[in-house]
Design a binder for this molecule. Structure first.
Ligand code: ZN
Length: 314
């Protein structure tokens, strides 16, 4: 992982994008220290803390979780004396994912089911043992403003977009935005509870803040081209999904038919299915928090990947 200085007292820690779970984090090294997101397991979070210790020796007084996905908050327990800050809906839904379940999945590399074995292989670099979930206790509704010895930090709620409790971390004077998973850069987005329409508005909000540096939840640093390209992807998938929906195609059939075009170069392009399924949910008029069958979607993503591969080798 790389520690990058973005402005005086402002850092990003970037993990090399390897697909599932390789998220980014941030540090503001003043006013007691504030960490934006921890990592998916304890070993990776310890490595993150070692990176931050190079520029800020004391434990950070505050940790902000941009949202509830484990790859942004399962290292919280390594900050036992820190104030954990997150959106109210992030805290409410914090227990939706289970480290024990992920650890069991990671151990299933010999599964007879090829999709399960594939996911287990993707999880090989992670170790979910020993994780105790520590949800935010300082809760944000619309926004929260902090002053860290002169560095202004705005926590802005933009959900339900990628998840219900999505927060942006905006530093107006330094012109930096930490987006959490509202933005994936050069990797295919995957969304949970929320709507594509609100996700596009959230991306517009990032652009309107006019940052010089955008730190995505996954992928390399970028400028405004990052949120603009991802919005174009969501709009493209939405339009193609609407056509397929009108023809009565099932989501997997629709995803197989949609040409990923330039987005095929983004990591995990098979997440297209997740985005088609989301589009269908909205087209069926279902609420933004309608339950989704995650296991079935991961099975479908595996099938989509196989279908693309066999098309390429034909
Ligand atoms: Zn993430």
């Amino acid at each position: 992982m790389d520690l990058v200085e973005l402005a005086p007292s402002v850092y990003a820690c970037l993990q090399e994008e390897k697909g599932l779970g390789t998220s980014n984090s941030g540090l503001i090294s003043t006013g007691g220290g504030l960490v934006v997101d921890t990592f998916w397991d304890l070993p990776h979070t310890r490595e993150l803390m070692a990176q931050y210790a190079r520029v800020w020796a004391a434990p950070a007084r505050r940790v902000v979780n941009t949202h509830r996905n484990g790859d942004h908050c399962w290292g919280n327990q390594l900050f036992p004396d820190s104030e954990i800050i997150g959106h109210r809906l992030c805290a409410e839904q914090f227990m939706r994912e289970s480290p024990q379940m992920m650890q069991a999945l990671r151990g299933a590399a010999d599964s007879a089911d090829p999709a399960t074995a594939h996911i287990a292989r993707l999880l090989a670099d992670w170790d979910f043992s020993g994780i105790e979930l520590r949800p935010p206790t300082t809760l944000v509704d619309e926004r929260l403003d902090l002053d860290l010895d002169g560095v202004r930090v705005e926590l802005l709620w933009v959900g339900p977009a990628h998840t219900a409790g999505d927060l942006l971390v905006h530093l107006p004077r330094e012109r930096v935005v930490f987006t959490g998973d509202v933005l994936f850069r050069l990797c295919t987005p995957i969304g949970w509870e929320g709507t594509q329409a609100q996700w596009c508005r959230a991306l517009d909000t990032i652009v309107a803040l006019d940052p010089a540096v955008v730190v995505p939840g996954h992928g390399p640093l970028c400028g405004l081209e990052g949120p603009r390209e991802m919005k174009a992807y969501l709009e493209y998938v939405q339009a193609e999904s609407a056509r397929a929906f009108a023809e009565g195609l099932a989501p997997l059939e629709a995803a197989k038919r949609i040409d990923p075009g330039p987005y095929a170069r983004w990591t995990e392009p098979e997440r297209m299915l997740f985005n088609v399924e989301r589009a269908y949910r909205e087209l069926r008029g279902e609420p933004w928090d309608a339950p989704i069958d995650v296991a079935a979607l991961f099975q479908g993503m595996y099938q989509l990947r196989e279908a693309w591969q066999s098309r390429r080798t034909c």
